[in-house]
Design a protein around this ligand. Structure first.
Ligand code: F6P
Length: 319
């Protein structure tokens, strides 16, 4: 192959830029021409595609966000929309594409591969919800942001005998909440895997207050579980703590990627180019037991989620 494209799709994540840089530089150094496709699949359909030089990806390894822009395009599941995208690629002689994003973006990559454009997926999302990989690009940086915020909340909760509920992202995956809960010494973690029993939590808070004489309590809760502001009011009414809720929101998606995410993105970018140069498509890159590997996207999309039991057990044993 001679020409490859690269795009970022779905919610952005810290480390996407490091991946763009790696794909571009490894590609150029291997004699390929590399094209940036802007705003995800939307830019592919609209033809917003420009060549990338080595200089274009200078000074970005440490920057959050994505220089290519990102978007969600649900219409990409329509074959006519994909045909239009493929025509845009063919016009420019682009034979293969690296797609950085989450599982929705992987589905698009698989469909394009089936239509003759080899695609390789890289896991770019803070959610850590791509089951074939131990870590997604951006998860560790988001975790650092959360830990930093909770450490600060702990100070003020302690001074005021409060219970702080911190709502974190993760979509339907509890990893950000569970890892942050362990790293911050939270009293309670609530995720879609743990389930949410309001009365049980109120009981535990009363116990922490009256029996264990805790000065504060921290609850780390995954998003999409309950209205945390309402729940904070219930805590104030039904326990000795006054409840306060903090929704960390999109702050979790920004910031300079931590060294782990920069390394992961660079290694995964390299692997993606190597696979495309071998004429391989329809695969996604992963890290498993510290090794950079690749799986067919079809397989990756149906892999059962890693068991979170050991970490859930650890959390309980630290309580
Ligand atoms: O997938 C990344 C993510 O940040 C999720 O954690 C969150 O549920 C969602 O995207 C938020 O999406 P948006 O940026 O469209 O509000």
């Amino acid at each position: 192959i001679k020409r490859i494209g690269i795009l970022t799709s779905g919610g952005d994540s810290p480390g996407m830029n490091a991946a763009i840089r790696a794909v571009t530089r490894v590609g150029l150094n291997a004699g390929l021409e590399v094209f940036g496709i802007y705003n995800g699949y939307k830019g592919m359909v609209e033809g917003y595609i420009e060549p990338l030089t080595s200089e274009d990806v200078s000074e970005i390894v440490n920057r959050g966000g994505t220089i290519l822009g990102s978007a969600r395009l649900p219409e990409f599941k329509d074959i006519e929309v994909r045909q239009k995208a493929i025509r845009q690629l063919q016009k420019r002689g682009i034979e293969a594409v690296v797609v950085i994003g989450g599982d929705g973006s992987y589905r698009g990559a698989l469909s394009l591969t089936e239509m003759g454009i080899n695609c390789i997926g890289l896991p770019g999302t803070i959610d850590n919800d791509i089951t074939c990989t131990d870590f997604t690009i951006g998860f560790q940086t988001a975790l650092e942001t959360i830990v930093d915020a909770i450490d600060k909340l702990r100070d003020t909760s302690n001074s005021h005998h409060r219970c702080s509920i911190v709502e974190v992202m993760g979509n339907r995956c509890g990893d950000l909440a569970l890892w942050a809960g362990i790293a911050c010494g939270a009293e309670i973690v609530v995720t879609s895997e743990t389930g949410f029993d309001e009365n049980e939590i109120l009981d535990r808070l009363r116990d922490l207050d009256l029996i264990r004489k805790k000065k504060h309590a921290i609850i780390v809760m995954s998003e999409k579980i309950t209205d945390v502001h309402q729940f904070a009011k219930k805590i104030s009414l039904n326990t000795g703590f006054s409840g306060r809720a903090t929704v960390l929101g999109h702050i979790q998606r920004g910031g300079s990627p931590c060294p782990f995410d920069r390394m992961l993105a660079s290694q995964m970018g390299e692997k993606a180019v190597d696979l495309l140069m071998q004429g391989i498509g329809g695969q996604c890159v992963a890290i498993r037991e510290n090794k950079i590997v690749a799986y067919p996207i079809e397989e990756a999309l149906v892999m059962p989620a890693m068991s979170r039991k050991p970490l859930t057990n650890l959390f309980e044993r630290l309580g």
